[in-house]
Design a protein around this ligand. Structure first.
Ligand SMILES: Nc1ncnc2c1ncn2[C@@H]1O[C@H](COP(=O)(O)OP(=O)(O)O)[C@@H](O)[C@H]1O
Ligand SMILES: [Mg+2]
Length: 457
């Protein structure tokens, strides 16, 4: 084996991982300012660990053994759905999310579900063994079949994986791991990359799945697992509002499945519970006939989800009007206020406006525009919109209601939950043929407000 090349130092952007021999004030790749930190960069990745490998030979596609695609379902339906049907052996998966959102909980629960098939290795670099055990006990999980390793040295972790060949390895978290081949501190871009690359090698080499947990800040930046996205096979994000109990699991990358699926969970005393009927749960506490409350069938991936939009409008008592949006995009809300004023004659210039999406959901889909606008109009008039109707459509600057995708799936979900009417963009109305509920096509916002039941006709 040739002697290992000495590592070199370089300045590495902590936001995107770009490296440069000299310090730069602004990153040429991600345009971030003052993001460079001097780090030791690992030598080239080949020939590590002194493990000799046979050179690979190309084989005809139809001679590839089918077992390479066999999946291990975790039995947590919402997780399997997002993974694309279960855990793929040999895959490296990154689970990201804000601190405290439930990443450790979810993967501890998954560990308990797959341990019948073989040993599970749970590596904790963050919490002590006793803390991990306490969590497991709180979830009613006894420790049998789960090997716990409180370790931050990635070499030791890899040795354990080679020895035990676990059916699932969880590394909690990748930010706490360090490799002796890199001189810089744990959590830096060089360490993150090096540790992930070494774990990838062992996952593929031993054909065992490895899950990495990574903390992300709200903006998703700062020496984040973002720099790992191209190394791993799949990237899952667990999101939700900290003080709400709902959590949504999404895949932003998946080499083994669709990125359109989402999983919905509820955080409870004994961990994350699957929510089989999210629409039903989100609408559970809805007061019917309350001004400012409107329901919209949104799409999360391919899955229709009914969400209640709430607005509260009060006269501004002093100074500038206040506008806040919880779960919706504030810029979008401001734009809709302008359209309401200019195109529907509803002036909210002297009013404070508060918008909230119930359940702590964050929805960015433009198809929620109409529901947001009608909710604000309803709150201003202090008259409830038709409680049996759902509202759907994107709103243009001219006040026109624009078409939305996948209308039939959304209408079926509304129907299933007992809604009787749907206010939809006129251009989409054709797609609604065959819907059992009454479809009311509207061309513009003014017409939608007229048909919403808010104003007397
Ligand atoms: N004793 C407890 N009882 C109920 N919930 C708890 C308890 N301890 C922690 N939690 C919940 O679990 C969450 C932490 O979940 P965890 O899986 O550790 O998150 P992450 O790994 O994403 O940081 C906390 O935000 C808290 O809501
Ligand atoms: Mg954790």
């Amino acid at each position: 084996m040739p002697p290992a090349k000495p590592s070199r130092t370089a300045f590495v952007c902590q936001q995107c991982g770009f490296d440069s021999p000299k310090w730069l004030g602004r990153c040429p790749q991600c345009q971030g300012f003052s993001t460079f930190v001097e780090e030791r960069v690992a030598p080239a990745l080949k020939g590590r660990d002194g493990v000799a490998r046979e050179p690979r030979v190309a084989i005809p596609l139809d001679e590839v053994p089918p077992s390479a695609e066999e999946r291990v379902p975790t039995g947590i339906g919402e997780l399997d759905r997002v993974l694309g049907g279960g855990i793929v052996p040999g895959s490296l998966v990154l689970l990201g999310g804000d601190p405290g959102i439930g990443k450790s909980s979810l993967l501890m629960q998954a560990s308990a579900r797959v341990r019948d098939r073989g040993p599970v290795l749970y590596v904790s670099g963050e919490e002590s063994a006793a803390q991990v055990k306490m969590r497991a006990r709180r979830f009613g999980i006894d420790g049998s079949g789960i090997l716990l390793l409180a370790e931050t040295d990635v070499g030791t972790v890899i040795e354990q994986i080679r020895r035990a060949r676990p059916v699932l390895t969880v590394v909690d978290s990748i930010q706490t791991m360090s490799s002796e081949t890199v001189g810089s501190a744990a959590g830096g871009v060089s360490q993150l990359r090096e540790c992930a690359a070494r774990l990838l090698e062992v996952a593929k080499g031993e054909n065992v799945p490895v899950f990495l947990i990574g903390h992300v800040t709200k903006e998703g930046a700062v020496a984040g697992p973002r720099v790992l996205e191209h190394i791993v096979d799949a990237v899952l994000y667990l999101e939700g509002e900290r003080f709400h109990s709902f959590r949504i699991l999404r895949a932003t990358k998946n080499r083994f499945g669709s990125t359109d699926e989402v999983g919905v969970f509820e955080m409870g005393e004994s961990g994350l519970d699957e929510v089989a009927d999210p629409s039903g749960v989100f609408l559970e506490e809805r007061g019917r006939g309350v001004p400012g409350s409107v329901v919209v069938p949104t799409l999360e991936g391919t899955r229709p989800l009914l969400v209640e939009v709430q607005a509260l409008v009060t006269p501004t008592s002093f100074g500038l009007p206040r506008r806040t949006a919880n779960g919706a995009d504030l810029q979008r809300v401001l734009l809709l206020l302008a359209v309401l004023q200019k195109r529907a004659g509803l002036s909210l210039g002297q009013h404070d406006v508060y918008v909230n999406l119930v359940g702590g959901l964050r929805v960015r889909e433009p198809a929620t525009d109409l529901a947001l606008a009608v909710a604000m109009a309803s709150a201003l008039r202090d008259r409830a919109a038709d409680p049996r109707a759902v509202f759907l459509g994107e709103i243009g600057l001219g006040g026109e209601v624009r078409r939305v995708q996948r209308l039939p799936a959304r209408l079926r979900e509304a129907e299933r939950l007992g809604f009787e009417r749907a206010i939809v963009p006129a251009a989409s109305a054709r797609d609604a043929n065959g819907a059992a509920l009454e479809v009311v096509p509207v061309k513009d916002l003014k017409e939608a407000v007229l048909r919403s039941g808010i104003v007397e006709r």
